[in-house]
Design a protein around this ligand. Structure first.
Ligand code: FES
Length: 64
């Protein structure tokens, strides 16, 4: 497993932005989603596309 460099930025009242060359996200059912470059993970719990952010934090008033 190549862990490489990764940058995670916690956005105020929003998502966690992940920047890396390549990421493999293992989903609860065992399937793997591959992302390259930048993507955002949900922190508010309201995304309809978990674990990824879909912008729902803006409507739900997430603070954190
Ligand atoms: S942080 Fe963006 S939808 Fe949850």
């Amino acid at each position: 497993m190549d862990l490489g460099n990764i940058k995670i930025t916690i956005r105020p009242n929003g998502s966690a932005k992940v920047e890396c060359a390549k990421a493999e996200i293992v989903m609860p059912d065992g399937s793997v989603v591959t992302k390259e470059g930048a993507f955002s993970l949900c922190r508010c719990g309201h995304s309809k596309n978990k674990p990824f952010c879909d912008g729902a934090h803006k409507e739900c008033g997430f603070v954190g």
